[in-house]
Design a protein around this ligand. Structure first.
Ligand code: ACO
Length: 325
């Protein structure tokens, strides 16, 4: 088995900034309510760039930072709930845009845990020798599927993409992975796909591709599962929480992260947060945060970090990583 490390990251978000006050223009809410309940102050909302465009821009920066030629990428995994098309996969569109002609490309669906799942899949491909250099992207244009009349949800989400290049290595970069799913909670966060309408299916069903959420249930789930993920990913390793420099959580809500920090008795400053500026970008949230940390020079060679996420499905997972750049 080979070892796997991250050798570069990149991120991109649309330039259009939408503040809480902007949203209060069309739904009954306020900057105070949104800030107090979620920590979100503003988010980026795409006017004309779809998921493949955001992804390609993030991926180009990751390739540049990793000093990798697109032709050397042999695997592209895009984690998204908001693809450009059902067919082709958005990963194939990104491949064409990058000129990554030697890659096998596919999309995965794990909502906000998508990047964690994607890194896990790429790690397995590389460990077994199937792949040498992989591009993993988490990206969303959630604004396409948000119900802009629903104040319970439209305040939460933003658009953006983050990417990482993973490579075969002699050094252990991905130390351990923990993932899971709980389909019994699927109804708490939903966006229907195309309904079953055909010549034989009877009365035509309406096509409503918008997000609905039971916020309280997701809140309960998140505060239960995040501490478990952190515990599990450290289990059977030589590390404990004191060895971890940063935890990079899914950026959904400051209150969720505060709750987790308190429950595990971890200094809140160990949790990197940028959700005040991006909102919840679902699959994009963890890799955007990770890239921002790299750009700020917060990560040094040898640092141990944990990525931890939860999302629709329900899905959850964590990765313990030694930074090797
Ligand atoms: N502005 C003003 N009032 C609002 C708004 C709003 N934007 N949204 C809801 N309210 C009202 C509700 O209507 C309700 O009013 P009522 O008491 O008269 O019925 C009141 O505020 C309280 O509503 P709750 O839903 O109980 O508010 P809560 O404190 O739970 O906060 C929130 C809601 C922020 C969604 C919270 O439940 C939460 O963070 N849940 C986690 C969900 C999450 O982060 N999802 C992200 C996507 S999922 C993912 O990333 C996997």
């Amino acid at each position: 088995m080979y070892e796997v490390k991250i050798i570069g990251t990149g991120s991109y978000a649309p330039s259009n900034v939408v503040t809480n006050d902007d949203i209060a223009q069309f739904v009954d809410t306020s900057d105070k309510w949104i800030s107090d309940r979620t920590g979100i102050k503003e988010r980026r909302i795409s006017k004309d760039e779809d998921t493949s465009v955001l992804s390609t821009k993030a991926a180009k920066l990751a390739l540049e930072n990793a000093n990798v030629n697109p032709k050397d990428i042999d695997l592209i995994i895009l984690a998204t709930a908001t693809p450009d098309y059902f067919i082709p996969s958005t990963a194939c569109i990104i491949q064409e845009e990058l000129g990554a002609v030697n890659a096998t490309c596919f999309d995965i669906s794990a909502a906000c845990t998508g990047f964690i799942y994607g890194v896990n899949i790429a790690t397995q491909f590389i460990k077994t020798g199937q792949s040498k250099t992989a591009l993993v992207i988490g990206a969303e244009v959630l604004s396409k599927i948000v119900d802009w009349d629903d104040r319970n949800t439209c305040i939460l989400f933003g658009d953006g993409a983050g990417a990482a290049i993973l490579q075969r290595s002699d050094e252990k970069g991905i130390i351990s992975v923990y993932t899971g799913s709980d389909g019994s909670g699927g109804e708490h966060l939903e966006c229907p796909a195309v309904p079953l309408n055909n010549k034989f299916s009877g009365e035509e069903k309406s096509n409503d591709n918008i997000v609905s959420m039971n916020g309280r249930e997701i809140f309960k789930f998140a505060t239960k599962i995040m501490p478990k993920c952190i515990d599990e990913v450290l289990k059977n390793t030589e590390y404990n929480l004191e060895d971890i420099k940063y935890i990079v959580p899914h950026q959904a809500n400051t209150r969720i992260i505060e709750y987790v920090a308190k429950k595990l008795n971890i200094d809140l400053n160990k949790f990197y947060m940028n959700l005040d500026r991006y909102g919840n970008t679902s699959g994009g949230s963890i890799p955007i945060a990770l890239d921002e940390m790299v750009q700020k020079g917060l990560l040094n060679k040898g640092d141990k970090i944990i990525l931890v996420g939860f999302g629709g499905g329900l899905t959850f997972g964590a990765e313990l990583i030694e930074w090797r750049i």
